[in-house]
Design a protein around this ligand. Structure first.
Ligand SMILES: Nc1ncnc2c1ncn2[C@@H]1O[C@H](COP(=O)(O)OP(=O)(O)OP(=O)(O)O)[C@@H](O)[C@H]1O
Length: 760
């Protein structure tokens, strides 16, 4: 080893030892706190044995606090200290509108004339804050205002930061440090000794790591432009655009954690994160617990937003195009009302009142129905009105009204008439049949009858569209697009009155603190989020990921969940798989209303190496001429690979061989992206290759990433739908390291195997 390397290593070792010392101190403090918490619980349990109401209440409060504390400490114990900044002397910052400190300039005399500067303050940053026994911070929470400098400082705009350090640790052991000097021109000293810098920067180390099937948090390497979004004030709408791999999903998730930290009370109303697919939900939902949240956040796929529905099937593009379009609103309105006539609708009402037979015939009933439906109120909620108008008509027909002129007597007579008639079985049976309680599922399946749907969709859909939609609704399973229709129907029908669940009053149940501590009663974060979500119909903040993909009907569905919310909307128009972006934009504007918007854009691609980004840019130029690709932050020197296969069996063999080859070359995951109709076939091609490799339909690849990907037949993917080129762009931007494109004949590969669509 060269002398120079040895010297570097010894500096590194010394710096690691310095951080180890600090981490040890933090752990000692955490242990003290755990002992305190345990003592409190113990003490509380003893008091509990006394059993007086006062002691019980006190025990409850203490146990609760101790329990929460212990839970937090235990779950945050791993790897929670990750950063450090060394700052010049300066004034305390002032909070800007986004909660970050704005006044970050050093004091006037912080830097000497010769560029010498003494470090005035050192802050350590972690996933939660820890104070020492004197209440001085040992670690500050990454979301605290003072931590913003860790993310925002750059050599161009360093503020007070001289050195930013990322600390890597595992359990109690510090493994490494990576420094960035923000003011390399200074001769900075700390406690009289020169301030050293080691490592090549933490970002690159993070980006080069192998990918697993779940996303990691990026708290130790959030970049300045991302931090601005994460801490943007929650008022109104925060709109974020950025190309593939610019961290939109990561930023959206960290923003949820930040908002909760910053205003826990407000966001106890819940944060909803809407994701396009269950795969992306599964990929991202692990990120939040590691950020220390407690279940106020619900991550839902578009197909699971409606209670009781869990859809992940896709309609074929032609059907999806109709079902997602705002044209459906008119059809559903008709269906919700027309469905009243579906059963055996009686065409005559006969009752006996005051000893006489009174009857309404078909014409009279029809008029009454039209009168009731004149307004826009939800159909199920019109039932009381239906009852009243029927009674009015029966009363008028009975001639009883003529018997009394005295208003008081007339009113009495009328009410005893109503009582008489309403108690009659024949009247109740009639009402149930003539104005049945409708369910959204029932109406949706009524739409599967082609003739009926044709009537409801007259002048909205053409006969071909009616046929395809009706046929798709005859399938057993719900599709993702059906869910937005269900939600619309639920609004049009009005919720049937649901009996409120009564909570058993069990004194033990009320001891929330005990719940926290007893393992058998502990809810997982998922369960808690599910329960809170089920009880919630609206949220305090709604985050929409991959927003470019929401159809107009989906925007309406999501909009209902955030009528009074603030919003964060992240997306990339170039990745939109919806064929009519203008129509979707209109629906989005309707959902977001006139709230003011703040726009941000993210410009750096952290996922794809330059070699892959460059290939994808060719497709972007076809899909959206003039659109700019984000700049790739690194390059690997490995060019994308092209292979050619005949369609059919040879294609499967070529794909399998490529997947095997890539499995040997990367440590993490391999994703094989095929056109939607080849999904099942592709799963068979890859059978037995193990869990590291996954087959995906083109639409399922949204938002995900793999160490290596195989994109199968670009032409097939591009031809799938009018938005096919944009879907292909998504497919080509999933790899963090290596990409192989397998072409079939249809791709018209050239002599090098490069398909027509990907040629320069
Ligand atoms: N500051 C960062 N530090 C480390 N990794 C980062 C950073 N920002 C983004 N990444 C990584 O880059 C990858 C892409 O991020 P993410 O999936 O959030 O991008 P995206 O903009 O949502 O992409 P797409 O539009 O393709 O879905 C992820 O692996 C993420 O962890």
């Amino acid at each position: 080893m060269a002398a120079h390397d040895t010297a570097v290593d010894s500096v590194r070792d010394r710096e690691i030892a310095v951080e180890q010392e600090h981490l040890d101190k933090v752990y000692r403090r955490l242990e003290e706190k755990i002992h305190e918490a345990e003592f409190l619980m113990d003490d509380a349990a003893k008091r509990g044995q006394v059993g007086t109401p006062g002691a019980l209440a006190e025990r409850d409060a203490q146990v609760f606090r101790a329990g929460v504390h212990l839970n937090r400490l235990n779950s945050e114990f791993e790897d929670f200290l990750f950063g450090r900044i060394d700052l010049l002397y300066g004034k305390d910052g002032q909070k800007g509108p986004d909660g970050a400190y704005t006044s970050v300039e050093p004091a006037e005399d912080a830097i000497g004339p010769d560029g010498a500067a003494e470090i005035g303050e050192t802050l350590h940053i972690g996933r939660i804050g820890v104070l020492d026994a004197e209440y001085a911070p040992l670690v500050i929470d990454w979301r605290a205002p003072a931590a913003a400098a860790f993310y925002r400082s750059t050599p161009v705009d360093p503020g007070r930061v001289v050195r930013r350090r990322v600390i890597r640790s595992k359990g109690r052991k510090v493994l490494g440090v990576e420094d960035d000097l923000m003011r390399p021109e200074l001769t900075a000293t700390l406690g009289g000794a020169e301030l050293p810098a080691v490592g090549d920067g933490a970002l690159m180390a993070a980006l080069g790591q192998a990918r697993s099937h779940t996303m990691r948090d990026i708290v130790s390497s959030i970049q300045a432009e991302q931090d601005l979004v994460i801490r943007a004030p929650a008022a109104s709408v925060t709109q974020v655009e950025g190309g593939p791999g610019t961290g939109k999903t990561a930023v959206a998730l960290h923003r949820a954690a930040y908002l909760l930290y910053q205003d826990r009370r407000r966001y106890a109303g819940g944060i909803l994160i809407v994701s396009p697919t269950p795969l992306l939900v599964a990929y991202t939902e692990g990120v939040l617990p590691s950020l220390g949240e407690e279940g106020q956040v619900a991550i839902r796929a578009l197909g699971s937003l409606v209670d009781g529905a869990e859809a992940d099937a896709y309609d074929d593009p032609a059907v999806a195009r109709v079902k997602g379009s705002a044209r459906m609103v008119r059809i559903l309105r008709k269906a919700a009302r027309g469905a009243l006539e579906l059963g055996e609708t009686p065409d005559r009402l006969r009752v006996v009142a005051f000893g006489r037979r009174v009857e309404l015939d078909a014409d009279e009933l029809k008029r009454i129905r039209q009168n009731i439906l004149g307004g826009t109120a939800p159909v199920n909620l019109l039932r009381p009105r239906a009852r009243r108008l029927l009674l009015d008509a029966l009363y008028a027909k009975s001639g009883a009204a003529a018997r009394h002129t005295d208003p008081e007597l007339a009113a009495e007579l009328r009410s005893s008439f109503d009582e008489d008639v309403s108690a009659e079985d024949s009247f109740l049976d009639f009402l149930n049949a003539w104005w049945p309680e409708l369910t959204a599922r029932g109406v949706l399946s009524a739409m599967s009858d082609e003739r009926r749907l044709g009537r409801w969709a007259r002048r909205v859909l053409n006969p071909g569209e009616v046929r395809r939609v009706a046929r798709s609704l005859r399938r057993q399973e719900l599709s993702v697009h059906d869910v937005a229709l269900l939600d619309e129907l639920q609004t049009l029908l009005g919720a049937p009155a649901r009996p409120r669940r009564k909570r058993e009053v069990d004194p033990l149940e009320q001891l929330t603190g005990l719940e926290e501590l007893m393992p058998q009663r502990e809810e997982t974060q998922r369960e808690r989020a599910d329960r809170l979500a089920a009880e919630r119909t609206e949220y305090a903040h709604v985050i929409v990921d991959e927003a470019q993909d929401l159809t107009p009907m989906q925007w309406r569905m999501v909009g209902r969940r955030g009528r009074h919310a603030t919003w964060t909307v992240v997306g990339d128009p170039a990745q939109s798989s919806w064929s009519s972006p203008d129509e979707a934009a209109e629906a989005r504007d309707e959902a977001l209303g006139s709230r003011p918007r703040r726009r941000f854009s993210l410009t750096v691609n952290y996922r794809n190496p330059a070699e892959i980004a460059e290939l994808a840019a060719r497709v972007l130029a076809l899909a959206m001429p003039g659109a700019e690709s984000p700049a790739a932050v690194r390059s690997t020197g490995v060019e994308p690979r092209f292979t050619v296969a005949q369609d059919g069996e040879a294609l499967g063999e070529a794909v399998r061989a490529e997947a095997l080859r890539l499995l040997e070359r990367v440590d993490g995951t391999v994703g094989v992206v095929v056109a939607m109709q080849r999904r099942e076939e592709a799963a068979r091609w890859l059978a037995g290759l193990g869990e590291r490799v996954v087959a995906l339909g083109s639409l399922e690849a949204k938002g995900l990433e793999y160490d290596a990907t195989v994109v199968v037949s670009p032409a097939e993917i591009a031809d799938e739908s009018p938005a096919g080129l944009r879907v292909l762009y998504v497919a080509l931007t999933r790899a963090t390291q290596q990409l192989t494109v397998v072409s079939g004949q249809r791709d018209e590969p050239d002599g090098n195997g490069v398909p027509d669509l990907l040629r320069d």
